[in-house]
Design a protein around this ligand. Structure first.
Ligand code: ADP
Ligand code: MG
Length: 560
């Protein structure tokens, strides 16, 4: 009997199963891990990413590279998510997490090839990752959250792998530590890094970058004959305009003007209202006025006469930041200005940097928000400095919040690998194989560090492992400059425990998710979300057409 083929899936749908799925995830994971692998560690290279308009980004940041690569492969996207999660959760260790995820999938694939079912691998990987987290806790050392010295070493380790900002790494580490320590003083438990505002201005060099115990805003002093610098500043932060048209005068007025004297009286009256409003600034004892909206010319004249440094049209979000920095309260209406709402700064001054003008508010006592002004002669360097400073700020925050660190340079990964191997022996059969495979996957990290430094990875990883098998060498890693196996505590290669833990979590979660897939069903291009969108549009059109007909209107069709 002849049977005709039965179509279950929509025409054009592509389906891959079994071995093909395995090949697909292996290639995607390997390719993506390969791309970022060469950027790992202090000898990692940078990537230049060029967009459609020819705009280039030069970076060493794993998350940034993968974000800009626009990966379209569905499995590849899961790996890219690893970097994003790592970046969002802990802000550092993105490259390591992606390399580990790729390596785990490679080892899993070898096991599948030799006949182990993915579910057995999943079981073994789960046990291994739980154990790895336990081992990490055991390996971690306690630090004091106010130990500036150790925090600086943590920041320097993070910045050490950002080659293009190497010249300024000392300065950036210093800034990161001081900024986070200042914010930490007022935060209860959780440190919000949004309170460290990062600004960039082209010119000079990275070493000229500065931490401002206060804030910086882009803007200029209102009129030329106002003071450009005020010491011992008392600052009014005003939300509404000082202006009759746009401001706070809400009563309705009607005048009949018949004679020129009436007109004069009217203008005088307006001036008086303006003066009354703005005189509150002087009465409160302020010498700086920062306003979100407009200020009338009469009021400006009064401010000039009273030597009040004034900046207007400040963004509301900036105003909130300034309030936190100078310790003032944002006042809604000018008539509410009071001396107890004023913010304070040692100096408020205008500074021109290249084509831009900034207002610096420095020397604030116990600010709950601080600013960093990054300087570099080149925009690419400025952008990379911003990304690197973000990593360093995160590293310092993690260390202060958790008060726990581990040692880098391949030390903790190797120790976990060695202990996991021993742990695997407590299991039998396929589970043992999977835990061993997980341990082997961790080698990819020291191996990439060593390879990138131009050293022999096979020999050194072996030597490193042999060292770790001995008692008392758990903090030993590779000195990438000399090729020797040394104590990373002495070499000051220190990382927050949280970064390494999250690396294990993100990479294991991605590997687990991918290993559970046995079927990839791909819709024909253009039939994904857009199809739903088209359906919705069609439905909306037909509803509109029914309504028009109900109201006795004719449907008009435009024929192109
Ligand atoms: P990630 O995006 O994973 O943070 P990095 O390029 O920042 O990648 O590299 C981090 C790795 O480099 C960590 O494993 C860290 O221990 C290692 N590392 C940093 N500085 C040194 C150093 N001086 N010697 C050896 N390893 C280092
Ligand atoms: Mg890093």
């Amino acid at each position: 009997m002849r049977t005709s083929p039965v179509s279950i899936l929509k025409e054009g749908t592509k389906r891959i199963t079994g071995k093909e799925v395995q090949m697909s995830y292996l290639i995607a994971a390997k390719t993506i891990a390969q791309v970022v692998r060469s950027t790992l560690g202090p000898f990692g290279m940078d990537k230049m990413l060029v967009d459609g308009s020819g705009e280039a980004t030069v970076t060493n940041d794993g998350a940034e590279i993968l974000k800009k690569m626009h990966v379209t492969h569905p499995i590849g996207k899961i790996i890219v998510e690893v970097a994003k999660t790592q970046d969002a959760e802990v802000g550092d260790g993105t490259t390591s997490a992606v390399i580990l995820a790729g390596s785990l999938l490679e080892k899993a694939n070898n096991l599948v090839e030799s006949g182990v079912h993915p579910n057995s691998i999943l079981n073994g990987f789960k046990k291994a990752s739980d154990k790895a987290l336990e081992i990490l806790e055991e390996l971690s050392a306690d630090i004091k959250p106010d130990d500036e010295n150790v925090l600086k070493k943590i920041a320097l380790t993070t910045l050490g792998s950002k080659g293009s900002v190497a010249m300024g790494s000392e300065k950036l580490a210093d800034i990161a530590v001081k900024a986070v320590m200042e914010i930490a003083k007022k935060s209860k438990g959780k440190i919000n890094l949004k309170d460290v505002r990062v600004m960039k201005a082209r010119g000079e060099s990275l070493t000229e970058s500065e931490l401002i115990m206060g804030t910086v805003i882009e803007g200029e002093v209102d009129v030329p004959n106002m003071p450009k610098k005020v010491e011992n500043a008392k600052i009014v932060l005003l939300q509404h305009a000082i202006d009759l048209d746009k401001g706070e005068v809400v009563f309705s007025r009607s005048f009949e003007i018949d004679k020129p004297e009436d007109m004069k009286a009217f203008v005088e009256g307006e001036r008086q209202i303006m003066t009354d409003m703005v005189s509150k600034v002087v009465e409160a004892g302020a010498n700086v006025l920062l306003c979100e909206k407009a200020i009338d010319m009469y009021a400006v004249n009064y401010l000039v006469k009273n030597k009040i440094l004034t900046v207007r049209r400040i963004e509301p979000s900036e105003m909130e930041h300034i309030a936190k920095a100078v310790g003032g309260r944002i006042i809604t209406l000018a008539k509410e200005i009071k001396s107890n709402a004023l913010g304070k700064a040692e100096i408020v001054e205008e500074r021109k940097i290249g084509p831009k003008t900034f207002i610096y508010l420095r020397g604030c006592k116990s600010p709950t928000s601080v600013s960093v002004m990054l300087r570099a002669g080149e925009n690419h360097v400025l952008d990379e400095a911003e990304r690197s400073l973000h990593d360093a700020l995160c590293a310092v925050r993690n260390a202060i919040e958790d008060k726990k660190i581990v040692f880098g340079g391949g030390a903790c990964e190797t120790e976990i690998a060695v202990r996991l191997k021993a742990y695997s022996l407590t299991f039998k059969g396929k589970e043992q194989l999977a835990i061993k495979a997980y341990a082997d996957a961790l080698d990819a990290l020291p191996s990439a560090l060593i390879e990138n430094a131009g050293l022999d990875a096979i020999d050194l990883v072996l030597e490193l492992k042999n060292t770790h098998r001995k008692e008392g060498f758990q903090n030993y890693g590779v000195d990438l400059y000399s090729g020797n196996i040394v104590d990373m505590e002495k070499l000051n290669v220190i990382e927050p425990l949280r970064v390494k833990k999250q690396m294990i979590i993100s990479a294991s979660e991605a590997a687990n998710m991918i290993l559970k897939i046995d079927d990839i069903i791909a819709l024909k291009l253009g039939e994904t979300k857009e199809e739903g969108l088209e359906d919705r549009l069609r439905e909306r059109k037909s509803r509109a057409s029914t309504r028009r007909r109900k109201w006795g209107m004719t449907d008009v069709q435009i024929v192109k």
